[in-house]
Design a protein around this ligand. Sequence first.
Ligand code: ADP
Ligand code: MG
Length: 261
Amino acid sequence: MDQVVPVQSRPAPGAAGLPGAARAVGLSKVYGSGSGQVVALDNVDVRIPAGRFTAIMGPSGSGKSTLLHCLAGLDRPSQGSVYLGDTALESLSDSALTELRRREIGFVFQSFNLVPTLTAVENITLPLAIAGRRPDRGLLRSLVNALGLSQRLRHRPAELSGGQQQRVALARALVTRPRVVFADEPTGNLDSRTGADLLGLIRHFVDEDRQTVVMVTHDPAAAARADEVLFLADGRLRDHLPTSTVEQVLHRLAALDQGRS
Ligand code: ADP
Ligand code: MG
């Protein structure tokens, strides 16, 4: 793989400092073997600050989803370590990892991934039902109200718009009060207006509840809503940008592209 000079010579995020909500150290992920081998992540160090909204951008195939899945304990690294708070995920058995994920991680997918046979409220409370926990009624009500879902709770996913389905998925991710919510292109299947509404809601939960959110996105306008944008290319962390405008994100993406050619 070509060595690319970072377009900015700032220290990489996560190189030092506090533990953060989640952290990867020397994280590599290799899929397959022999000539079919793909290096999806190549020695990534990153720290996700608590109570902040972090966006991850990069070309298709640059390792964004793999990074998110490794940070969320959905996939195991080939090398390196992932920490959720102070817990090294590699130290956990599969069942302990599943348990930790249920308690501490929320995940929002591009394709909503709701259970079609369950109503909205049943989908929202599913993670609690699986864990044998009762929903906190006050929290459930405030989530449902904040997400504008109170009139839709008895509807099944097929009876909901895309935006409503993704708001149900966001409520499902938040209902356990997780340490971190990960979202992989959560606005990718929404029109721009509906996507902007969802981003406003994510911003609300970060600002009001200090919810930690990590979001992969292709959309510079979505990334510009975050507190920090990380840029991946070819499985490596190439750059990062603090709170930024759409133009700054576009400029950085263009620089990233030049760096690769
Ligand atoms: P992104 O989300 O940035 O588009 P991914 O993390 O999905 O990128 O993929 C990074 C690289 O790893 C790509 O080359 C992809 O084809 C490869 N990859 C991802 N998942 C798998 C898998 N399960 N098996 C083999 N290769 C994979
Ligand atoms: Mg992806």
